[in-house]
Write a protein that binds this ligand. Structure first.
Ligand code: PA5
Length: 465
């Protein structure tokens, strides 16, 4: 496996009092074994259906590839309507694996439709998108597992109204639904209207769904090799499945490092790629980590209010925004660096500044070397000040490594969920907000919630300036 996790900079050996000891790691062997056992016992069961994704999708992959080919031939624009777990994976994978200015490339170079993801209900953004696309040649992929998410379903209603007015019965040819087969509103609408439909398996939750049709269809449409992504995930799964110790299982090692760090009061998990292509992997990770671990109760019903706040950053950009805080602020963070050993392209910094030695030192190097050295230097400075950090190195950014990386982060989340004794797969805190929106809009069945909201303390002028 050409993904490596280097956690030297988590250890007391280099961090001093803020680091972890070999003894702490050794004493956690049973905890790791337990986490591994529980995750394996539940493989494919309940909400761990995502662990089957690398293995059981031959038929659906074949159909996705067929539909993607048709879309590539017939369409100019592909728009995902979705939010949270139904948007972040497609955004992360698209940005990781396609040209960073993909939509600006000529069609002859792209060889596939332009790609947009609408993951908000800001009317200005929706209007702006409608200004730049041609409905005649656009396919909308509505992705919502529950079919109940107000943001996605309102986008769907707006788009369908336009499509119906323009195309009548043929409107349905512009829509692909990705949703639960067994429940929810979108499946009802999809069946009634006859949309092309892909299913999100019951045991695959939103934030664990990139490697099912949620992510695979958009990826295939823009020409990403989804079988390679699944191969990467499969190989990472084998590595994790067959190894119960942190010496061989990188996801288990990362879970333990974070678990021990949380116990030290390090309640912020920073994800900092040194590659623009991986910027949105950090976004995706934020949801995975935040929603999975941020829980009021443990599985036994005890109030624990546990979690580690994820924070997305980008190297080198955020060196000029947040590194001051990371170096000198509270010792409350673990920084995960995402490093790329081989950038897909490099740029030479030419000679020609001999008269200004303070600039000239940059000459005759490459931008890739500069970025790598910035990462090295940042790690050095943080470590010297006792700041916990570890590095995930990808040999390169391609389908195989992205599949493996996302899967590894999902496994890390599964393991730490067991270590923290919480349910990593529910999100009652998200449901609370969703229900409040239903109540505000007077949705049937939410009358009691509306009443409760009405009786909540009202704002008073005293606290408004
Ligand atoms: O991880 C999750 O389950 C959530 O973040 C969902 O992805 C998000 O709320 C969107 O839900 P849905 O796909 O049902 O529209």
């Amino acid at each position: 496996m050409s993904i490596k996790v280097n956690y030297n900079n988590m250890m007391q050996r280099v961090l001093g009092e803020h680091g972890l000891t070999d003894q702490q790691l050794a004493q956690s062997a049973d905890l790791c074994l337990h986490a591994h056992q529980v995750v394996e016992q539940n493989r494919g069961k309940g909400m761990q259906g995502w662990m089957d994704s690398p293995y059981n999708q031959q038929d659906v992959v074949a159909r996705i590839k067929e539909v993607a080919k048709r879309i590539q031939n017939e369409c100019e624009t592909f728009v995902v309507l979705g939010i949270g777990g139904s948007a972040l994976g497609p955004i992360a994978v698209f940005n990781a694996l396609k040209h960073l200015y993909y939509n600006e490339l000529p069609r002859s170079v792209r060889k596939a439709p332009k790609f947009y993801v609408l993951d908000n209900v800001d009317p200005e953004r929706i209007s702006a998108l409608l200004d730049v696309i041609d409905l005649n040649t656009t396919i909308f992929n509505v992705i919502t597992k529950s079919g109940a998410t107000s943001e996605t379903m309102s986008q769907y209603l707006v788009v369908m109204d336009m499509l119906n007015k323009k195309f009548g019965r043929k409107a349905r040819e512009h829509v692909i639904a990705t949703t639960s087969e067994s429940r929810g509103n979108l499946i009802k609408l999809a069946t009634e209207e006859g949309y092309e439909t892909f299913y999100i398996p019951d045991g695959v939750g939103g934030r664990f769904s990139e490697l099912c049709p949620v992510g695979l269809l958009p990826a295939a449409v823009v020409g990403i090799d989804i079988e390679e992504m699944l191969r990467g995930a499969r190989e990472m799964d084998q590595l994790c499945q067959n190894n119960t110790s942190i010496d061989k299982n990188p996801a288990l090692a990362m879970a333990l490092l974070q678990h021990l760090s949380i116990k030290q009061g390090k309640n912020v998990s920073v994800m900092m790629p040194y590659a623009d292509s991986l910027k949105y992997v950090a976004d995706w990770y934020c949801q995975l980590w935040g929603e999975s671990l941020g829980k009021e109760k443990d599985v036994d019903g005890n109030i624990v209010n546990v979690g580690q706040t994820p924070l997305k950053c980008l190297g080198a950009t955020d060196q000029h925004i947040l590194i001051q805080l990371f170096n000198e602020g509270p010792y409350d963070k673990v920084i995960t660096f995402l490093e790329v050993a081989n950038y897909r392209t490099d740029i030479f910094i030419p000679a020609g500044c001999d008269k200004v030695p303070d600039v000239n030192f940059l000459c005759n190097n490459t931008m890739g070397t500069l970025l790598s050295n910035e990462l090295y230097a940042t790690k050095y400075a943080l470590t010297k000040r006792g700041r916990s950090n570890f590095t995930i190195t990808l040999d390169k950014v391609d389908e195989y490594h992205i599949g493996a990386l996302l899967y590894m982060l999902q496994m890390q989340t599964a393991y730490i969920g067991v270590m923290l004794n919480i349910n990593a797969y529910n999100q009652p805190g998200v449901e609370g907000g969703k229900n409040a929106v239903y109540a505000l809009f007077g949705r049937k069945g939410y009358e009691a919630f509306a009443e409760e909201m009405k009786n909540a303390p009202q704002d008073v002028d005293k606290y408004t300036v």
